[in-house]
Design a protein around this ligand. Structure first.
Ligand code: URA
Length: 181
């Protein structure tokens, strides 16, 4: 079994060569809601925690509004734990190398719902072939958990109120799933 204590020294892929910090995750190890992003950005690489930049502020404002949850009540992590150079999309091999860490986090978290943010998270965890404009709001079974995908908050920062409204609708689906348990 993997020991998450070994994650800060992981060198399984080349992303480890460029990072300042491994961004493991934040929040309680066990939570009914796991929030899954793509990869750390600059702020996260410097600060060592996920979603502490601009997109994170929007994300947790929406989660607070729609789910009534604070950031510290969700387990938050990313598909890959090290920042890709220039914030490029993580490569399939990097995602695959990092997957056992995510699987171990899922095992410990035992979430009722996993909220995947954006295409990288939704495609890699839920196996979606289509893009997020088609797959957002879809509910999938993921072991004992339900999975729901929505837009990445960075897309909402670029796309404006219409994307935020779609995210709010997807979060209301998450709220129902959490309430129904
Ligand atoms: N974008 C992500 O996908 N994850 C973070 O932690 C920050 C920005």
């Amino acid at each position: 079994m993997l020991d998450l204590a070994d994650l800060p020294s992981c060198t399984k892929c080349a992303l480890s060569e460029h990072r300042q910090r491994v961004v493991i995750g934040s929040g309680p190890e066990r939570s009914s809601l796991m929030v899954l992003g793509e990869a750390p950005g600059r702020s996260e690489d410097e600060g060592g925690a996920p979603f502490i930049g601009r997109s994170g502020r929007l994300l947790f404002e929406l989660i607070g509004n729609e789910l009534g949850r604070r950031r510290d009540e969700c387990f938050v992590t990313n598909v890959v734990k090290c920042r890709p150079p220039a914030n490029r999309t993580p490569r399939p091999r990097e995602i695959a190398m990092c997957r056992p860490w995510l699987d171990e986090q899922l095992r410990r978290c035992e979430p009722a719902v996993v909220l995947a943010l954006g295409n990288t998270a939704a495609k890699s965890l839920f196996g979606f072939d289509e893009g997020i404009s088609v797959t957002h709001g879809r509910v999938v079974q993921l072991g004992g958990a339900k999975g729901v995908a929505t837009y990445h908050p960075a897309a909402a920062l670029r796309g404006g109120p219409s994307v935020v409204e779609v995210m709010r609708g997807d979060l209301r689906i998450v709220r129902e799933l959490l309430g129904a348990r």
